[in-house]
Design a protein around this ligand. Structure first.
Ligand code: MGD
Ligand code: MGD
Ligand code: SF4
Ligand code: MO
Length: 711
């Protein structure tokens, strides 16, 4: 009998990066538990982590490249697959230009560090302006605000949740999501600890979420109206004389201009638009200003709506002018061991260097908004996308106007997907190139230590040896890019293993031997070897104020205003109410047993009560003569779906709520468990023509819909 082994490893599924203890015997996984010795997650896990074994063992998971021949999938060897794919992509680009090939990179790219370290290799080889990613369905407003205000898209302040005494959460449900743009394992205990030290957690959400249920207070808000609330908070701060930026005051210009801009956004106007009473708004503002350690935080619900970037900008201003930015218990920029952002650090970002061909939307950091992806494929003319590479993404279910995207992928001349499943998107591909399973490669959380509420670092070895001949994502990227370069006649530089890159970043980081900052409190100078010897991870202490010396703008000041943001404030001021009578506003939701679109093939996660139904308030159901469990038709400008309604007064009057990532019954999907689940895709209803004008981010929340009983 093979020996039993214990492995320590970060969970790669969500941003909480919990430490896991995985016991194996030979090729078998015996147990997956929380690692109590992980200094950050302290033993916490959620049900998804246990399901990692279901993905690893899933017979539907691809292990070898497949090619579609006469509509049938055939397994082929890696040499043939890489060669044929590279040749076809090169042919299309040589005939029609580089922009004829598009790329969509999905969410798991940031949870798989080789895809982060090697993204530049494939981007160089393909060299297209038609690059898209899940960023513009998600956190683009955060990068947008940080780029413009602090000069670097990754200089992102996060709530110092372990030391705050007042936390205002807008449009985030960390109890289901386990935190986002704030890496915070064990978030429930950390939020409860705020209240145990007599602090307060206040949640603003159109749904009384799991987080709202444990918070000190919850206020409903009309979806899509948060910008009025945030501007009103700034208004109250300025007009009651509650503005004090503390040690950051000398880094500011344009304070008077901000005061002028917020003047027209009275709390009375905010009450009218949001439904939150004036007294509540004033009280919230006062608490935020008067509590020495307070923070305002906003996530998906405020980022992924029509004024997403304005909301994230306003949240920065609120923290700044309340004296809560760059102070203990407020919002702090993490001092990460690798990828530490300081002046001169690469990848600061850029904006509007080029625009999309059809609608003229601006790029950010070299990518165009995913909302224009379908029209770039469907609109004929020079520069039309004729071929796509999807890399760990499922945009048919995750991007707006999903039915149109489905059609667009179907009409492509050529498509290749780097993915582990044949799903709603990859079923359209001609080739699928599957990487190793997550447990077969090493791991360092390059993205999430940079957003963590405590400074820690951890490197993990693979749990299993890769199957013979299998390639990691980064190896596929290197080899495909090199071949593509050969066919295109351009030089493509491949990168060494991700661990080599991380080792360098650690050594040059604030705790490494080449550190200029001398911040190190690790027992030794941090590098990969030291991390290898500490598989539970190393604690590097609480977040520390460090913003002034890290601001990356040319004049080292915080930029409060720029022309586009001023124009957007005016747009908000001039916005009129367009919701028709009988229309409801559709919002999303997440559940702790689901992960975007790709974990519904685990029986252990999908069993039990259905989690895909449409939540509706009693009053709205009665008005439509509906009862719990009825079949309903939901119609929006973009599409129509049929599903079941669930009576729930968790959602406010006038609001309905569907999770995203469902709708696996499409033809050709090879997910034997997921495709037996009912549920439809919310993104068949969301609308690609409605987006955040400031950043180009999608507006997936607050979608006007009508609902009737299905006949
Ligand atoms: N309406 C609505 N839509 C939303 C959202 C919402 O809240 N509401 N949320 C948005 C957000 S925040 C996000 S991040 C996006 C996510 O959007 P996507 O990234 O497009 O969707 P995922 O469901 O994460 O799909 C991940 C894909 O990667 C594959 N995969 C998993 N692991 C690996 C791996 O290690 N390597 C490779 N090569 N492939 C892998 C899976 O099989 C799957 O096909 O959805 C967005 N869409
Ligand atoms: N279990 C699980 N965890 C996940 C994921 C998952 O799919 N499942 N996905 C991961 C990903 S990719 C991400 S980006 C994060 C997201 O992390 P979160 O943002 O914390 O997750 P959501 O549950 O989408 O929370 C959004 C909240 O906004 C509310 N909301 C909707 N519209 C509005 C509005 O107009 N105004 C306000 N104020 N609120 C609104 C919704 O009711 C919801 O409670 O979660 C990550 N973690
Ligand atoms: S909370 Fe996120 S990181 Fe932690 S175990 Fe669950 S899925 Fe994994
Ligand atoms: Mo996301």
């Amino acid at each position: 009998m093979p020996e039993t082994r214990t492995h320590y490893r970060a969970c790669h599924l969500c941003e909480a990066i919990c430490g896991l203890e995985i016991k194996t015997r030979g090729e078998e996984i015996i147990s997956i538990k929380g690692d109590p010795n992980d200094p950050f997650s302290r033993g916490h896990i959620c049900p998804k982590a246990v399901a990692i074994q279901d993905i690893h063992n899933d017979p539907d998971r691809l292990r070898k490249p497949v090619k579609k021949v006469n509509g049938q999938w055939q397994e082929i060897g890696w040499e043939q697959a890489l060669d044929e794919v590279a040749r076809k992509l090169a042919d299309i680009q040589l005939a029609h230009g580089n922009n004829a090939v598009g790329i969509f990179a999905g969410n798991p790219n940031v949870h798989n560090y080789g895809n982060i370290t090697h993204a530049a290799v494939i981007r160089k080889a393909i060299a297209t302006q038609n690059g898209f990613s899940a960023t513009s369905l998600d956190q683009l407003p955060h990068h947008f605000a940080s780029y413009h205000m602090y000069g670097h898209q990754f200089l992102i302040p996060v709530p110092d949740i372990d030391h705050t005494d007042y936390m205002l959460i807008l449009g985030g449900n960390p109890l289901a999501s386990n935190g986002s743009m704030m890496t915070v394992p064990d978030v429930k205990k950390r939020l409860q600890a705020i209240m145990q030290r007599d602090g307060e957690v206040v949640v603003i959400d159109p749904r009384r979420t799991e987080t709202a249920a444990i918070a000190t207070r919850h206020h409903f808000i009309k979806p899509g109206s948060d910008a009025y609330l945030l501007m009103a908070i700034l208004h109250v701060m300025f007009y009651r004389g509650w503005v004090d930026a503390g040690h950051l005051a000398t880094l500011l210009d344009d304070v008077d201009e901000v005061r002028e801009l917020v003047q027209q956004f009275s709390p009375e106007l905010a009450e009218k638009r949001t439904g939150i009473p004036v007294e509540t708004i004033v009280e919230m503002t006062q608490r935020m200003v008067e509590t020495p350690r307070a923070v305002c935080y906003g996530r998906m619900g405020v980022s992924v709506q029509e004024h997403g970037a304005l909301c994230q900008w306003a949240i920065q201003l609120i923290n700044l002018f309340a004296g809560n930015l760059d102070v203990k218990g407020g919002a702090l920029v993490p001092n990460s061991a690798a990828g530490y952002v300081k002046p001169g650090e690469r990848g600061a970002g850029h904006f509007n260097r080029f625009q999309s061909r059809v609608s003229g939307l601006p790029e950010f950091g070299g990518e165009l908004p995913a909302t224009v992806m379908a029209e770039e494929m469907l609109t004929p003319g020079e520069g039309q996308i004729r071929a796509m590479l999807t890399l760990a993404g499922n945009p048919v279910l995750s991007a707006p106007s999903g039915q149109q995207l489905d059609e667009a992928f179907d009409g492509l001349e050529f498509m290749v997907s780097m993915d582990i499943y044949i799903n709603e998107t990859t079923r359209h591909a001609d080739y699928i190139l599957p990487p190793t399973s997550a447990l077969e490669h090493d791991h360092y959380d390059f993205a999430f230590h940079r957003l963590a509420v405590r400074n820690t670092a951890r490197f993990n070895e693979p749990v299993f040896e890769p199957e013979p001949g299998a390639l990691h994502d980064w190896e596929i990227i290197n080899r495909l890019s090199q071949k593509l370069g050969e066919y295109k006649g351009i030089e493509v530089k491949t990168f060494p293993a991700p661990s080599v890159i991380v080792d360098q970043s650690l050594q040059y980081g604030p705790y490494g031997k080449y550190s200029e900052q001398g911040q190190s409190n690790a027992e030794d100078k941090l590098d990969l070897l030291l991390l290898r010897n500490h598989p539970h991870g190393i604690d590097l202490g609480p977040l520390k104020p460090s913003l002034p010396e890290r601001i990356c703008t040319a004049d080292k000041k915080i930029r409060l205003l720029w022309p586009e943001v001023v124009a957007e404030v005016k747009r908000l001021a001039n916005r009129t109410e367009t919701l028709k009578q009988n229309e409801l506003l559709l919002i999303g939701r997440r559940h702790v047993r689901s992960n975007n679109s790709w974990m519904h093939n685990s029986h252990r996660l999908v069993k039990g009560k259905p989690r895909w139904r449409c939540l509706m308030n009693t009053e709205d159901m009665q008005a439509r003569k509906l009862v719990d469990g009825d079949r309903i038709v939901i119609t929006s400008r973009a599409g129509e779906v049929q599903t079941e309604v669930e009576q729930s007064d968790e959602v406010m009057h006038g609001v309905v709520c569907l999770p995203h990532g469902w709708g696996h019954t499409r033809e050709g999907v090879q997910l034997s468990i997921a495709s037996k689940q009912q549920g439809v895709s919310i993104n068949d209803l969301t609308d690609a023509t409605v987006y955040d004008k400031l950043s180009g981010n999608a507006a997936l929340n607050a979608v006007p819909v009508t609902i009737r009983a299905a006949s």
